[in-house]
Design a protein around this ligand. Structure first.
Ligand SMILES: Nc1nc2c(ncn2[C@@H]2O[C@H](COP(=O)(O)OP(=O)(O)OP(=O)(O)O)[C@@H](O)[C@H]2O)c(=O)[nH]1
Length: 369
């Protein structure tokens, strides 16, 4: 999952290390002034070895203050020599220029949305330049932290505890699913029904896709396999009425959650969007989840934005993440819509639904797990 993106993030780390290595003065140049730092064993410390000095030297702080007082944005040769000698680093704007440009290209190639890529770059730049004055870690570690914070900042937008929301909701809880055709909406409903069952919540399926021929049969197959009740009307019926009946059924039978399918639609299809508005009015669902496929990349991001503008969503599910190498949609959807990704579809089986965990995703992208 997201292997292409992982490789690109790893290249950025290497690029910055290379460009700061190139900037570091030769040991002979570091010379006797560097010895004043009184940490001789650190003099050969190289961030490539992963050694960390987590305690900033007090005299280094003095130098920083002096540099600040001089209003000099660039560290002096002496500062750099000493920083190098103490195994610390100073990162300058020019060290980052090329790696950041490459990172931007890599993110855009990975289908990360433009505003999201810019936000990531901004956070990385701020972290690396700002923190370099503290000189507390190796280049590799600093890049790692900068990327970690920058990615989490965009990926975790709007996250909430879905399970807690289900637990605390007045029952029945009604969830309506929207999105375009063929992205795996119906399969996701079946998977979520299983996910809920595993956590002790009963659910009923309601087929609000009265538009497409064969939709009833398709969802009925899932309902049969999972042994769930399915509420459906004939093709051409009123989707709001089907989901309403689903809610009535749940009330009468003590079912915890109503999972309402809707016809796949384009946000530009006025009729179908009007249907969604009617569902909102008649059923007043507790949650509307937008479903799209991770593999659709930028298209999925654009659709998420457009659906959210046309009929506000509470969160998103990205299917087929198992087949997605780019990761662009997974990184961009929450930041662009302001609504969290709640689940990833990770295969065709009913158990292949994973709660979206921003922290775990970032760790995996950075190869930390
Ligand atoms: N690899 C993989 N395949 C998936 C995933 N989710 C769904 N699929 C497959 O995608 C195909 C389409 O899924 P459906 O649920 O039938 O989607 P649909 O009915 O075409 O489209 P909707 O109108 O969105 O319901 C099926 O073959 C699913 O098994 C996933 O997370 N990973």
């Amino acid at each position: 999952m997201f292997d292409g993106l992982k490789d690109k993030l790893s290249s950025f780390r290497e690029d910055v290390e290379e460009s700061t290595d190139a900037e570091e003065p030769a040991e002979s140049e570091a010379g006797t002034e560097a010895d004043a730092a009184a940490e001789p064993e650190s003099a050969t410390a190289d961030e490539a070895t992963g050694s960390v000095d987590s305690t900033p030297a007090t005299d280094s702080t003095d130098d920083e203050e002096t540099a600040d007082a001089d209003d000099s944005a660039e560290p002096s040769t002496f500062q750099r020599a000493k920083a190098f000698a103490t195994g610390r680093i100073i990162i300058e704007e020019e060290d980052l220029e090329e790696p950041l440009w490459d990172l931007e290209m890599a993110l855009l190639e990975s289908d990360v949305e433009m505003s999201v890529a810019e936000r990531i770059l901004e956070t990385v730049r701020e972290t690396m330049l700002g923190e370099s004055r503290k000189q507390v870690e190796t280049t590799g570690e600093l890049v790692e932290r900068a990327l970690h914070d920058a990615l989490l900042d965009v990926i975790a937008v709007g996250q909430f505890d879905f399970e807690e929301r289900v637990a605390e909701a007045e029952k029945p809880l009604t969830i309506v699913f929207t999105g375009v055709n063929g992205v795996g909406k119906t399969t996701t409903i079946a998977k979520l029904s299983e996910w809920l069952e595993d956590r002790g919540y009963s659910s009923v399926l309601a087929n609000g896709d009265t538009y497409r021929a064969g939709a009833n049969e398709q969802i009925a197959e899932h309902a049969d396999r999972l042994d769930r009740e399915l509420i459906s009307h004939d093709q051409g019926g009123d989707p709001a009425a089907v989901i309403y009946d689903g809610v009535e059924y749940a009330r009468a039978n003590d079912v915890d959650v109503v999972l309402g399918d809707t016809a796949g639609r384009l946000h530009t299809s006025d009729d179908l969007m009007a249907q969604l508005e009617k569902i909102d009015r008649v059923v007043d669902p507790d949650m509307t989840l937008f479903v799209d496929e991770a593999v659709a990349g930028q298209d999925a991001v654009n659709r998420a934005k457009e659906f959210n503008e046309a009929a506000e969503i509470d969160g998103a599910v990205l299917t087929k993440a198992d087949a997605d190498s780019s990761g662009g949609a997974a990184i961009s959807v929450a930041y662009v819509t302001g609504k969290p990704i709640l689940f990833l579809g990770t295969g065709q089986g009913y158990d292949d639904l994973a709660r979206f965990d921003p922290e775990a995703l970032v760790d995996s992208l950075l190869g930390e797990e």
